[in-house]
Design a protein around this ligand. Structure first.
Ligand code: HEC
Length: 94
């Protein structure tokens, strides 16, 4: 595993921007956007997910390493996973 604590804010921003694109491409099938009306048939927006207790970097890294029903169709490259985690953490800081 690559240590991915991103300490440089500029690099973290760039990673988060890339991560947002990955999410738009692969994850919007199921995950709502923050501005969408609530929909029980859809997965929650990331803005909500990052507010849950215990959702830190280590948690998201682990989560993206595993398959989760019904999220079994997605396979991200390692650098994409890193970028998605950076994106999630950037939402958490807002
Ligand atoms: C086929 C539908 C589907 C797709 C595609 C999908 N998800 Fe999900 N996701 C879900 C469902 C359903 C949940 C569970 C809802 C919940 O935790 O409330 C979930 C939960 C999550 C969680 C919360 C985990 C937790 O324990 O809090 C994260 C993070 C997540 N997904 C990330 C992603 C990412 C990143 C992608 C794109 C690479 C993605 N998902 C694509 C359906 C999907």
């Amino acid at each position: 595993m690559v240590a991915l604590s991103i300490t440089n804010p500029v690099l973290a921003d760039e990673a988060a921007t890339r991560g947002e694109k990955v999410v738009d491409q692969w994850c919007r099938l199921c995950h709502l956007r923050a501005a969408d009306p609530p929909n029980p048939d859809m997965a929650p927006p990331y803005e909500k997910i990052v507010q849950r207790p215990g959702r830190d970097e280590a948690y998201f890294v682990r989560f993206l390493e595993e398959d989760h029903f019904p999220m079994t169709i997605y396979r991200l490259f390692d650098d994409e996973k890193r970028d998605v985690v950076a994106y999630l953490l950037s939402l958490q800081r807002k």
